[in-house]
Design a protein around this ligand. Structure first.
Ligand code: PCA
Length: 215
């Protein structure tokens, strides 16, 4: 399955009405056949009854992911932007606290880029905070019965680069925006009982969106 196939369902859906919620996931990377974040976003979109939800699958590319996201934000003018990515090795939904102005990659991105000790946007803040109501979101996800934690590092790979671009674009707007890392699915995790099913992760994402919509 190619990366494009694994992103099917992305892009504008027909129908009138203002898009108030933009939720993104990522295409596969690191040799995985799927990306748990995009599976979760698709499950969310399937079950979401609130309307106004647009989804977007981002490339795992330092060069292309931030510009793709910001173009969608510019075009759709959403009221809430929630970006998600897959985090191998994590067991709970991780609501990220802070984006770093750092690019430092353990593996090449899907374009073959592998920055080391680089700055994403020279001259800008080293760190930017999430624009989500962090504790309210975490409490809502926990109430929905989904394992959740606050994470104080989104890493320094492409997810963090997208998070930093989003935080930089929307800081001071008052629009809820932020980043959530999703655990791999059980099919991706060899250990018995490991991973989080996409529909469980989607339940957690829905709780975050509902909390933001109520803010
Ligand atoms: N996770 C990676 C990039 C894409 C994704 O889903 C990350 O955590 O940076």
């Amino acid at each position: 399955m190619g990366a494009v196939d694994s992103c099917r369902g992305s892009g504008p859906r027909p129908g009138p009405g203002h898009v108030s919620l933009l939720v993104t996931g990522f295409e596969p990377f690191d040799g995985q056949p799927v990306n748990a974040s995009w599976l979760a976003v698709q499950a969310l979109a399937r079950d979401w009854r609130g309307g106004g939800l647009e989804t977007l699958c981002l490339p795992v590319s330092y060069a292309r992911a931030p510009v793709t996201l910001l173009a969608a934000v510019e075009r759709l003018r959403p009221e809430v932007v929630l970006c998600t990515g897959e985090a191998g090795g994590r067991a709970a939904l991780s609501v990220e606290r802070v984006a770093l102005n750092v690019a430092d990659a353990r593996i090449p991105d899907n374009d073959g880029a592998q920055p080391v000790d680089e700055t994403l946007v020279p001259g800008e803040s080293l760190a930017l905070p999430t624009g989500l109501p962090l504790r309210a979101c975490v409490d809502a996800v926990a109430r929905a019965g989904v394992d959740v934690e606050v994470s104080s590092s989104a890493g320094t790979f492409v997810c963090n680069a997208v998070f930093y671009a989003l935080a930089r674009a929307l800081v001071g707007t008052g629009l809820p925006h932020g980043f959530v890392h999703v655990p791999r699915t059980p099919a991706q995790v060899p250990a018995p009982g490991g991973g989080m099913p996409a529909d469980v992760a989607a339940t957690g994402l829905a709780a975050i969106l509902s909390t933001c919509a109520a803010t």
